[in-house]
Design a protein. Structure first.
Length: 391
């Protein structure tokens, strides 16, 4: 990728920053999590990439894992930072894979989850975490709560999904470099091809730093594979460990939900309508309670999930998936025409305003979870709005 900066009437090609130490380069991703291309690797437009630990010590002499992160859906990312000048093809990819296997071994301990959380807290007490307010001396729970402070009900779901991914051994490996060598591209392609089940997908993240004429910092990011959408879909086509399915959703619904017999008819009819409108574009999540995440062709072009149905009977609308996110300054979504139009449809529908909108407005939590007794009486109006709206 070529970068040019305009200087008066000419364009000049600047030289990228030459990093002397890997930790200085690695800090770019930790200090500016917004540069991590999470939107290209998840179906959730509002999902955030969240660093949760730096230099986490692993067992059996495997060393320290550079950066551990999650996204808003609880998926776990292992980041290995390396400068091009220190690159060794035979060890770099293997290093990340060893970290994933080390964490998989940890989960086999009878209290592996607690050990995992202790390792995160211990890593965040270290010298490497100092100066990073959102990490230093913070536990996993505290970090997630900070990023989910406006969505308290989402906090437990996210934590449950992190736990589920840990216990199932689901990880995504990321090699972050200042330049991606040709040999590494071949290695990554081979890894993703051989890993037929896509249990541990791998991609490279190239990060370059430039300064313009006024000394303003410019960060340029590219990936390999270039199109993470392709890797995402290959990954999604394979059911990863612990990922819920239609069968696990139905099993939970029948055996564990507290939905009354009188409510089941409404729930079943609503679910059938949603699945019909979603045209099979749905996902069941990875949390202990299976969820149906549905997309609709007339809302966001079918690219963003809007409805979330839990097997316990709760219902949620994902307005935040249609917001623009300013990760650097607030980690809050900025309303867009799409999200405002969706909200307006609920606010101006008399039945939905009384049943749902008033509570959302009062709590300032758009699209919070709605219990069966709240949404079931108006489920037909919900379907009507979803059919009519065009955004």
């Amino acid at each position: 990728m070529s970068i040019y900066i305009k200087n008066k009437d000419e364009f000049e090609k600047p030289d990228p920053t030459v990093f002397e130490k890997e930790e200085v380069f690695g800090n770019l991703i930790i200090d500016y999590p917004e540069i991590f291309p999470i939107g290209k690797f998840t179906d959730f437009a509002g999902s955030k990439w969240i660093p949760i630990a730096v230099e986490m010590q692993l067992e059996y002499g495997l060393g320290r894992l550079d950066v551990l992160g999650i996204d808003g859906e609880g998926c776990i990312y292992i980041i290995e930072n390396k400068l091009y000048k220190n690159y060794q093809k035979k060890t770099l990819r293997q290093q990340g894979t060893d970290y994933a296997f080390g964490l998989r071994d940890l989960k086999e301990h009878h209290n592996g989850w607690e050990i995992f959380k202790k390792k995160i807290k211990s890593a965040n007490k270290s010298k490497w975490a100092k100066g990073k307010e959102f990490l230093y001396n913070k536990s996993l729970e505290e970090i997630i709560k900070k990023f989910k402070k406006d969505e308290p009900e989402d906090y437990q779901r996210c934590l449950d999904e992190v736990k589920n991914n840990f216990e199932q051994g689901n990880y995504t490996l990321v090699v972050a470099m200042d330049r991606i060598p040709p040999g590494l591209r071949i290695s990554i392609s081979g890894h993703n091809e051989i890993d037929a089940k896509h249990e541990v997908p791998l991609f490279a993240l190239e990060v370059n730093q430039f300064f313009d004429n006024s000394k303003e910092e410019i960060i340029v990011v590219s990936t390999y594979p270039y199109d993470l959408e392709d890797l995402k879909h290959k990954n999604k086509d394979k059911t990863r460990r612990g990922e819920n399915t239609n069968e696990s959703f139905q099993k939970y619904y029948e055996e564990k939900s507290n939905i009354t017999e009188g409510e089941r008819k409404d729930f079943d009819e609503f679910r059938q309508e949603i699945e019909k409108l979603a045209e099979e574009e749905k996902w069941y999540g990875r949390s202990e309670t299976p969820q149906i995440y549905a997309k609709f062709g007339n809302i966001g072009g079918g690219e963003k999930h809007f409805v979330q149905i839990s097997a316990d009977g709760n219902l949620r609308f994902l307005f935040e998936n249609f917001d623009e996110f300013d990760y650097k300054h607030s980690h809050k979504g900025k309303p867009t025409k799409e999200s405002e139009l969706l909200k307006e449809k609920f606010e101006t529908n008399p039945a939905l305003k009384e049943a749902l909108w008033t509570n959302w407005k009062k709590s300032n939590a758009w699209g919070m979870y709605n219990k069966p007794k709240e949404w079931m009486p108006v489920w037909k109006e919900i379907i009507k709005v979803i059919k009519e709206v065009e955004v």
